[in-house]
Design a protein around this ligand. Sequence first.
Ligand SMILES: NC(=O)c1ccc[n+]([C@@H]2O[C@H](COP(=O)([O-])OP(=O)(O)OC[C@H]3O[C@@H](n4cnc5c(N)ncnc54)[C@H](OP(=O)(O)O)[C@@H]3O)[C@@H](O)[C@H]2O)c1
Length: 286
Amino acid sequence: MIAVTGATGEVGGRVARRLAERGAPLRLVVRDAARAPEIDGAEVAGGAQYADGDAMLRALAGVDTLLLVSAGEALDRVDQHRSAIDAAVRAGVERIVYLSFLGCAADATFTFARDHFHTERHVRSSGVRWTFLRDSIYMDFIPLFAGEDGVIRGPADDGRVAAVARDDVADVAAVVLTEDGHDGATHDLTGPEAFTLAEAAEELSRATGGQVRFVNETLDEARASRAPSGAPDWVIEGWVTTYAAIAAGELDVTTDAVERLTGRRPRSLADFLREHPESCRHLRQA
Ligand SMILES: NC(=O)c1ccc[n+]([C@@H]2O[C@H](COP(=O)([O-])OP(=O)(O)OC[C@H]3O[C@@H](n4cnc5c(N)ncnc54)[C@H](OP(=O)(O)O)[C@@H]3O)[C@@H](O)[C@H]2O)c1
């Protein structure tokens, strides 16, 4: 039995559909059962909030392999993950595949990536077999880096990022979850090429026929330009440091993992934009 958390979300939902296509015995572990995707043959376990260890224990009874999708950003996200991992161990789960982040480290520039480092450490010490899928920034977010005014603003300088499409991440996860041979492996999942945000702006301009451009900001300018959102400081710091990590070269990593594991070349930004013209709807007038 394979359990997929986050199945109401983008990556978890995609993985669940791929596992169902492969005929894998599947349980969707979700917070709200009413919002679980309808997938023939899949069991649904609701009420499964990571922080609620007993609910997670019930949801994971009889599960062999768990895909643990990282939680939404929160100040106590690592504690939430620890609770879910401990529940998995208590439930007798044998293998955890954790959706992590590229270059996660205790001192990663991208502040949200630090949670993944601490979560990975907890998984390693839990005694279960594990595989880490360290995703780059989702390609799906690149069009959204540009505002409706057609400007990508952020302190990314001329750093590069090899963003990876959620669909490619889901393809890899489906392979890793249903095949042996990935224990103790860390797969860095990236797109086929690393690009600067100025190059991303050029690609977005080509795709939309508009004028998209990149404007570099200092860290302070970036904090100030995001302050009107009203988001708490730690959230704004997470947004801003996404760009700062690009500037620092920490996301300038391109691997062959997607192709090696799925047999297919990962989508480039141009491929993604062709496949998802709706991702640029907000830029059509730019
Ligand atoms: N690589 C990147 O660029 C990038 C960018 C953003 C986020 N991420 C991380 O990648 C994860 C998956 O991405 P996504 O696009 O699939 O996100 P998504 O569409 O927001 O889905 C997140 C899923 O996780 C569930 N979830 C969140 N917090 C939870 C908790 N505390 N307990 C139980 N379930 C929880 C959500 O359940 P509900 O439907 O009940 O909310 C949802 O099903 C995100 O959660 C985030 O940690 C990565």
